[in-house]
Design a protein around this ligand. Sequence first.
Ligand code: NAD
Ligand code: NA
Length: 396
Amino acid sequence: MIIEPRMRGFICLTAHPEGCAQNVKNQIEYVKSKGKIDGAKKVLVIGASTGFGLASRITSAFGCDAATIGVFFEKEPSEGKTATPGYYNSAALEIEAAKVGLYAKSINGDAFSNEIKQQTIDLIKKDLGQVDLVIYSLASPVRMHPTTGVLHRSTLKPIGGKFTNKTVDFHTGNVTEVSIEPANQEDIDNTVVVMGGEDWSMWMNALKDAGVLANDAMTLAYSYIGPEVTEPVYRKGTIGRAKDHLEATAFEITKQLEDVNCKAYVSVNKALVTQASSAIPVIPLYISLLYKTMKAEGIHEGCIEQIQRLYSNRLFSGNAIPTDDKGRIRIDDWEMRDDVQAQVSKLWEVATTENLSEIGDLAGYKQDFLNLFGFGFDGVDYLADTSELVFVPSMK
Ligand code: NAD
Ligand code: NA
């Protein structure tokens, strides 16, 4: 079969196995080109198949020579149906790791559940003994709470009032005004349950109680702050409340894991095109203006550049880990530079359907979006037959 992109709103229904493999290989090459990092050696990545989590797994493996276990929630391929991209990414990751003798195994299932936590603990016990770094990089719209059985849904809503601003349909380039009704308390609570820190804390305590967390281990989750224009729908909206909770949970975890001296950190990352961010109104327009500005300044980064810099310049530089006044690691420093933000605000004021392809990097946005699903890579023959199903080696 020949696989083509089939777009439906914020997602693409198909993914290209060869293209996803190319994406992973490109990221591996980038990490290798930056040299070895003296970092963690046994790494668990929760949310390891796409975006920042995938970049973290690749940097751990090919930057630090670490053994990695990746947990994710993806669809396998079947006759006539492609897998989700994260599945193909993980297959490629394991294949590339095996080529250089690096341990890499994966677990596909709901990370919020007790069962997947237990499976992960069993695998660590069997193969690695303990882990010394845990990356928590889940992005999910829903969470089934493991103790109550309640299915919680997160929302992307402003708090306290209706929010109206510009947004773009990145497929068509149409800039329109969008209005979002404010959240009620239930929306806020649900979003905190899904995207806040409770599950992270459950993971870390389960790992510790099972004795699979090494002394002096570290754990890291990812957050976002961003500019004023997106504040009502992001940092001061429902998702922002969840990020506040996640950030506060880092201190809780550090306290809870004091006896094994495990330190929990949150890293604030740059805005990037991922499946998660494409679904947030207003953000794609901001990203297209940000990309244009950062590319012009020569400081644009994708997930892999962000995480490689996070590991080499923040986590494992040999110096104390630098944090802001709220204890957060800031790898969004280039995005948040005054000159960058001033330029983006200027562009924001004037952005229209007519000028966006010029003043914004709409083409770059679209390219990155296609790339998420394995499309648009050089060196991939998109007309070749792909009938053979690709499976993740450790899950066959
Ligand atoms: P993503 O959608 O690319 O990755 C999400 C990962 O979570 C995937 O591996 C997916 O399989 C996994 N996942 C989702 N639900 C799961 C479940 N129930 N069980 C197991 N795995 C599950 O998202 P991303 O953009 O890389 O986001 C990761 C983190 O980074 C999030 O906390 C996000 O808020 C944060 N972040 C994102 C941005 C951005 O602009 N994209 C910026 C800063 C911080
Ligand atoms: Na991720």
